[in-house]
Design a protein around this ligand. Structure first.
Ligand code: TRP
Ligand code: ZN
Length: 896
């Protein structure tokens, strides 16, 4: 932990390094207590840099044993986190030899070299390599790595690093060695090693060019039967990148290693991806449909980084979205292509947008708001955000919309032609896409389009239509605006692709002829809004149409469509765009919740028009079950909160629960039908068809349990309990457990006990057991019971603060995913938060900072929450010993 308060790193201060490192030879004598690292660096002066500069290497929590330049001892000094060689040899090139030690066993931060369940693993992104050895630990320094690993053979039978295995053999004293060589120059953040007792699933594949590759998935003994889906996902990823983007696998061997202590989801180290077990291990008995989908997308994501991130990397960390936004876009497209049918694609898109709105929109409206390409940071780990990842992906998606599918492919081709092997910027990417598509709306407006990279905050798009019966014209006026963000008082208008159509009130898609066009062509257009306000005139429109705007969520904005219920119901029934049908349904629900929020009473009885519309969707034989489940689920509490100027989490929870209760009661017969009609009787497959059926059946079960508990009827809770006991797979078992907990059934306790029993010590199943309790819906009468249970669970023998998955499943779920339990009038939720953040900061600052962000939106809270939240934040900020990670989060939250 660095004691001194960190100062901000600024994008405008970027300077190329004074030295390059061309090759690295690393030798590790691996030992959990003390690992010895010998490093030989081929260093070259950067002729473009100012002469006479010191050689300044990064190093953190290391013990230096030796430092030689060209074989001679050289004088050096230590500064905070740095090793400074003031007078390196006055030559263009020299070698530097370093010997140092580090202590993997003591590394609870899980950055650098650390231990997990008896093995040794590394995590180097973003700045973990400096915790292994002294280096120019910045992404624009790319070197060819040769790595020798030496370790006890019995404890660490598997020794892995990046690239190709060149030699292995035995040594004295029961030790053995392996030598690896990675031919591709890479930045240090892509280095990895693994030394552990693992087994692997292997598969040989042949690429389009006829080249053979070996794919391997390494896991702990006993987990091999849970690797089939990860391997299938990897094979599909390799095929997809070749087919869709012409990007082949460039290595003979590609390895995935699963580790149970991991800060994030997974890491794209060259040829040696290291994964959180959560994104590798799955069997029908232990993983839900959602888990299977998560594995497919993360395996894809890390694999796709091989080109977008590794072959072309980031010049500096401000460019993080260059690799992350683009790679998220690619994994989203991969999952959509894998889903198959147009409606399954739409379901994936809806899911992604839901995530964006639940996490990125609040981030963009709060104290941590930052541009997709940030301008400053104190701790880079805090900038692996929904903005850089998910909004970044939306920015790439808008480019793809503006240049079309083929145009985007041409742009990607040009990007690789220009920049393969380089460390580049977001500007370089946008330029390549634009240059490959001269005359496109992107190329024409490129400078303005780049505001998406530079400006924080979610823009608002307001649409108003007016129809003139005599001229048969429909005029659509679009207005864009943006609120100020921290450090950005004034905003420029953005380039917004607005994919749209017009629907007649009886549901026909109207042919579109814009003023000035000879004839109508098509029923869908992409309007490109560049001005603060623009009007679009459509000809030959007999009756006032319903505009369907922002189809497929074509820009990451908040849309005020100005549409009333009648128009929304028309869209819900007839829109050709599945995303907008869903959106219309969400808007209908939201309008009803928002209308009731200012009062203090119950949610008024839902109107027949709304209930009938929901029933019509549920019963529509032409719609997919997965889509129905999304429509029938009201907007989340967090999303509702974001629509309010002042947030009362208790009131939002109450109204949303009452809405669910009413949907449960009024659609009772329909839920019965939905449950009966969507049982899956074939063998388990995690595909879109089966998982859609299960999603809808399980929503039906949830509603039936909710209604039954309210009426004191034991039948449906009994059935759910039976499911927890008998279900052949985790999706149904888990859903039944949640239905009992969130439905406040007296059977929930027994179901939890049973679930814990069948978990049989499986870590990922236990995570679900903890999370289900931390996320439990507070009962409306005499709420406030969840925190007590969460506190008790901190003392459960299966709980540990040190394992990030477990920590997230209990503390993270409670603080970040259960607003009504967290925001208590007695402030006990905030006290709990502050205690955990401080406790965790001493163990793992990266994860502590993530938990700390639960307070991001404290300023919009109503009293008494607001004052109590400020007090808790002030207590954390006032702590004498805080990491840079947590300090940055809490001080931003408290800034005026
Ligand atoms: N690059 C990784 C990804 O998105 C993210 C990641 C994994 C990471 N582990 C990390 C980022 C640790 C920061 C710290 O695929
Ligand atoms: Zn990534």
């Amino acid at each position: 932990m660095r004691e001194a308060a960190a100062s901000a790193i600024r994008r405008e201060d970027y300077a190329a390094p004074a030295f390059w490192i061309r090759t690295v030879e690393l030798t590790f004598d691996l030992d959990p207590a003390k690992t010895i690292v010998a490093s030989k660096l081929a260093i070259e002066r950067n002729p473009q840099a100012a002469p006479g500069q010191a050689l300044v290497l990064h190093g953190e929590d290391l013990t230096l044993l030796r430092c030689l330049a060209d074989g001679e001892s050289v004088s050096f000094r230590h500064e905070e986190g740095l090793l400074v060689i003031d007078h390196p040899p006055e030559k263009d090139a020299f070698t530097l030899e370093i010997r140092n030690t580090c202590a993997p066993e003591k590394n609870t931060q899980l950055s650098g070299l650390y231990t997990s369940t008896g093995g040794l693993f590394t995590q180097c992104e973003a700045e973990g390599f400096r915790r292994i050895t002294y280096f120019l630990d910045r992404p624009d320094v790319m070197a060819v790595f040769s790595v020798t690993l030496r370790a006890d053979k019995a404890k660490y039978p598997v020794l892995l690093s990046n690239g190709n295995l060149v030699e292995q053999g035995s040594l004295d004293n029961g030790r053995h060695f392996a030598k690896w060589h990675d031919p591709f120059p890479k930045p240090s953040y892509l280095f990895a090693l693994v030394a552990a007792d693992l087994v692997c699933r292997e598969q040989k594949i042949v690429s389009r060019s006829g080249k053979e590759h070996l794919l391997q998935v390494y896991v702990r003994r006993g987990d091999l039967d849970k690797t089939e889906h990860a391997m299938a996902s990897l094979i599909a990823s390799v095929a997809w990148d070749e087919a869709r983007f012409g990007l082949p696998l460039d290595l003979d061997r590609f390895m995935i290693v699963a580790v149970s202590d991991f800060n994030m989801g997974a890491m794209e180290n060259k040829g040696l991806n290291v994964f959180n077990t959560k994104y590798v291990l799955a069997s029908p008995a232990t993983a839900t449909d959602g888990d299977f989908a998560g594995i497919e997308s993360v395996v894809g994501h890390e694999y796709f980084h091989n080109w977008t991130g590794n072959r072309i990397t980031c010049r500096d960390w401000f460019q993080l979205s260059l690799k992350e936004g683009l790679t998220v876009y690619r994994d989203q497209e991969f999952s959509m292509d894998m889903a198959g049918s147009p409606s399954a694609r739409a379901v994936k898109r809806i899911d992604d947008v839901r995530g964006l709105r639940a996490v990125q929109f609040p981030e963009d409206a709060g104290p941590m708001a930052h541009p997709v390409r940030p301008d400053r940071y104190q701790e880079i780990n805090n900038f692996y955000t929904a903005t850089v990842y998910e909004k970044g992906a939306e920015v790439v998606r808008m480019m793809a919309t503006l240049v079309g599918r083929e145009g985007f492919r041409r742009g990607m081709d040009l990007y690789f032609e220009r920049h393969d092997g380089q460390a580049v910027t977001c500007d370089d990417f946008a330029q390549a896409i634009a240059d490959a598509n001269p005359g496109s709306a992107l190329a024409v407006n490129l400078a303005q389009f780049k505001h998406w990279y530079a400006q924080a905050g979610t823009p608002r798009l307001t649409a108003r239509g007016s129809h003139d019966v005599t001229t048969r014209r429909f005029t659509l006026t679009l207005t864009q605006s943006a609120l100020p963000s921290p450090g950005q008082p004034d905003k420029q208008p953005c380039v917004m692709p607005v994919v749209m159509g017009l629907i007649s009130t009886d549901g026909r898609a109207l042919p579109l002829r814009l003023a000035g066009e000879e004839a109508a062509h098509g029923t869908e257009r992409t309007l490109v809004l560049t001005q603060p306000e623009e009007s679009f005139v459509f000809e030959d429109i007999d009756d006032a149409p319903v505009p369907s705007l922002l189809r497929g969520f074509s820009a990451p904005v908040v849309l005020d469509s100005g549409l009333y219920d009648g128009a929304l119901i028309t869209l819900l029934r007839h829109d050709h765009d599945a995303f907008n049908r869903w959106e219309a349904g969400q808007r209908l629900a939201l309008n009803r919740l928002l209308a009731a929020l200012p009062g203090t009473g119950e949610l008024p009885a839902l109107d027949d028009a709304y209930i009938d519309a929901m029933r019509a969707v549920l019963r529509d034989p032409a719609l997919d079950p997965a889509f129905k489940e999304l429509v029938l689920t009201p907007p989340g509490e967090g999303y509702v909160a974001e629509q309010c100027a002042e947030v009362d989490p208790q009131r939002i929870h109450r109204l949303r629960e009452e809405m669910r209760q009413q949907l449960a009661a009024r659609l009772h017969a329909d839920w019965l039908w939905a449950w009966e009609a969507h049982q899956v009787r074939e063998g388990y497959r995690p595909d879109a068809v089966q998982s859609g059926k299960r999603a809808l059946a399980n929503l039906a079960l949830t509603m039936l349990v909710l209604d039954a508990v309210a009426k004191g009827d034991p039948v449906w809770p009994g059935r759910a309990y039976q499911r927890v006991k008998d279900a052949g797979q985790m999706t149904d078992r888990h859903a039944a457990l949640k239905a009992l907990i969130d439905g406040h059934s007296p059977l929930a306790q027994g179901a939890l006990a049973h679930f814990h029993g069948v978990a049989a010590g499986d870590d990922l199943v236990l995570d679900k057991w903890f999370a289900a309790q931390a996320q439990a819906a507070e009962p409306l009468d005499g709420g406030g019971v969840v925190l007590g249970r969460v506190k008790a669970l901190l003392k459960h023998p299966d709980f540990s603060m040190k394992n990030p998955n477990r920590l997230r499943s209990l503390v993270g779920s409670f603080c970040r995913e259960n607003p009504a339990a967290f925001h208590r009038a007695d402030a006990a939720g905030y006290v709990f938060w502050a205690d955990r953040v401080l406790e965790l900061d001493a163990i793992n600052p990266q994860i502590a900072a993530r938990i700390a962000r639960a307070m991001d939106r404290w300023r919009v809270l109503a009293e008494p929450y607001r004052s109590a939240a400020r007090e808790a934040l002030a207590r954390v900020a006032g702590s004498a010993k805080l990491s840079d990670d947590v300090r940055e989060i809490v001080s931003k939250a408290l800034e005026d």
